[in-house]
Each structure stands twice: as structure tokens, then as C-alpha cells.
Write a protein that binds this ligand. Structure first.
Ligand code: PLP
Length: 317
């Protein structure tokens, strides 16, 4: 596996001192420090490339000690980032939910595109970008973006995945009743999202669909549910403490262009077995058809899956 391309984002958020004031060290796109005080004609690029093999994060950074921060993962295909603007918008929304300073999206966008340009490969990849609350006690967030080669998901897309439903333990209206639980933000606290995959494996499955304690289908630990009933494609409405999926949004745009009916609504767990087809949608794996739900077979619509994935792969930044 080749090492990731890593860029630190210096001027990363509104109202945060960056050290890029006049006369201090700025960075070129190549990560070479340039002293602007000496009048060296170099742009003050507010991000810089660093060695992914060298130590970068302080051990008291709150991302390390508390999982306190936000992130996004976008697909990289044909040397371009997929749905970058949607990911940037969701990054900003997550920052608001966590009371983090607003990320300077124009800087993040440039840093991400620089990292993707430096990823000199036609292999499908992904870009992950992260903003932490920073070193404990400083109140100064820390951020970076890296590009790495993606896993090969062709089997999941072709054959499908076995999914189990697991109770998330929250009601569907948790985001309204208990906003401090941060449901609907993409936080770095993903230990639970990983634990449920181990539970799925213990049950002989590949992935999970969370269900609310009051019986509504929610989302996967890293994916959005898409269900087809007749000619209508449905996804759980995002007011149920779930993440607004960027892949699902792209799929809805494409389905609507094809003249298909789409809807955001509450989908009960009880009606899942009656679906004509089910998929889990996410940025790297794209549309993975569900071939089994709670050990019951689900029909895989191979042709539609291929069409959805072709449409997703054609996206640009
Ligand atoms: N829901 C959760 C909890 C996720 O973590 C993710 C992505 O990781 C998704 C849904 C799917 O989002 P996207 O399509 O933007 O990748």
C-alpha cells in the first residue's frame, strides 16, 4: 500500500489565529516554508504538504484523547473529488452542531484539491479531511486532509451485502429531544460505528442498518438506506438523527432525472421485508445492494445497481 498524500490546513477556521500574519512563515503549495518578511515573492498558501510517515499530531490533541472533532470522506475517481461541495457543506454543518469554529471552506477546498492533484494515480481513492478541537486548553482547532487508495468494493457492488438490523437505542426524534448527543453530525467518535460491524460479523453479516428504539429504519454506521417500493425510491427523512448522505443526494438527483419518484419519509423496520430492493449508499463503496436482511433473502436488482453506480462514478467535484 502506498503512503497517503497528507496536507495540513493552516488557515482552517474563522476567527482562529493562523500564524500567517505578515512577516511570519507561510507555506508554498509544495510545503516549503517561505519567509514573507524577507520579501520572497511566494503566495501565502494557507496549507502545506507534510510527510505522512513523520509525527504530526500532538498526543494531547482532543481528537486523540476524546474523539472530539469532525471529518468527511469523499471518493476520488478519475483524479477528481466526487461531490466535494456537498461534503464541504456537511463539514460546515457538523462544525456548527459541535460548536467548533466555522471551517474556511475556500481554504479546505484548495487544500483538498491540492492533495488530490498530488495523488498521482488512476486507482480509485478517497480523501478524508478532519478538523479537531485541537490541543487541550488551546481552543485552536487542527485540521488536515489526506488522499489514499480505496478498497476494492466490486464484490459488494456486484453480489451484494448481508445486513443485520441493530437497535441504536435512541428514538427517531433524538436530534430534537437531545441535540447534545450530536446525532446527525459526522464526528470523529466512530468507535460505536466500528463496534456494530464486529457485532454484524458475529451474526454472519457484512454490515448493519440501525433501527430507532421506536421502530424506524435509520442508517448504516457509514451509509444511507435506499429502499424501492414499486416505482418509488425512498430514504429515511434526515430529521431522525441521521447523517444527510451525499451519495444518497446524488442518487436522488439522478433518479429524478430518469423520471423516477423519490421520497424522504419515515420507513418502519416492519416494512423493510416488503421492499422490492434495498441498498446501502456511501461515498467509497457507492451503491451496495442488500442481498440478505436479518438472514432473509432480498432480491438484488443487478441492472439498476449497475446504472446507479455508473451514475455515481460519473460525478465530478
Ligand atoms: N451515515 C453515516 C453515519 C455515515 O458515516 C456515512 C458516511 O460515512 C453515511 C451515512 C453516508 O454518507 P455519504 O454518502 O456522504 O458517504
Amino acid at each position: 500500500m502506498t503512503s497517503p498524500i497528507l496536507y495540513f490546513v493552516d488557515d482552517l477556521a474563522e476567527g482562529v489565529s493562523t500564524g500567517l500574519a505578515e512577516g511570519v512563515l507561510a507555506n508554498t503549495a509544495e510545503g516549503v516554508p517561505v519567509n514573507t518578511a524577507e520579501g520572497v515573492p511566494a503566495p501565502a498558501v494557507p496549507y502545506h504538504r507534510v510527510d505522512p510517515g513523520a509525527p504530526q499530531i500532538t498526543v494531547t490533541d482532543l481528537s486523540v484523547t476524546r474523539g472530539d472533532g469532525i471529518f468527511e470522506t469523499a471518493g476520488v475517481l478519475h483524479r477528481d473529488v466526487q461531490a466535494l461541495e456537498a461534503h464541504l457543506r456537511r463539514f460546515a454543518a457538523s462544525a456548527r452542531i459541535l460548536d467548533l469554529p466555522a471551517p474556511r471552506l475556500e481554504v479546505w477546498r484548495e487544500a483538498i484539491l491540492a492533495a488530490v492533484r498530488a495523488y498521482d494515480s488512476d486507482e480509485p481513492g478517497y480523501v478524508k479531511f478532519i478538523m479537531t478541537r485541537g490541543i487541550e486548553g488551546t481552543g485552536v482547532p487542527v485540521g488536515w486532509a489526506y488522499v489514499a487508495t480505496a478498497e476494492d468494493f466490486s464484490a459488494e457492488r456486484g453480489v451484494g451485502i448481508r445486513v443485520v438490523t441493530l437497535d441504536r437505542g435512541y428514538r427517531h426524534d433524538v436530534a430534537k429531544t437531545s441535540p447534545w448527543l450530536l446525532q446527525g453530525a459526522k464526528t470523529l467518535s466512530y468507535a460505536v460505528n466500528k463496534a456494530v460491524l464486529r457485532e454484524a460479523a458475529r451474526r454472519g453479516a457484512d454490515d448493519v442498518l440501525f433501527v430507532s428504539s421506536d421502530g424506524f429504519a435509520l442508517e448504516g454506521p457509514t451509509s444511507t438506506l435506499l429502499a424501492r417500493y414499486g416505482d418509488t425510491y425512498a430514504t429515511p427523512s434526515t430529521d431522525q438523527g441521521i447523517l444527510a448522505g451525499t451519495t444518497q443526494a446524488s442518487v436522488f438527483d439522478w433518479l429524478e432525472e430518469q423520471g423516477c419518484a423519490t421520497e424522504y419519509r419515515q420507513i418502519t423496520a416492519a416494512e423493510l421485508p416488503r421492499a422490492d430492493a434495498l441498498w446501502l449508499l456511501s461515498s467509497s463503496r457507492l451503491a451496495a445492494p442488500v442481498q440478505e436482511l436479518d438472514s432473509m433473502p432480498v432480491v438484488v436488482d443487478t441492472e439498476m445497481t449497475a446504472r446507479i453506480n455508473a451514475a455515481l462514478e460519473a460525478r465530478v467535484s
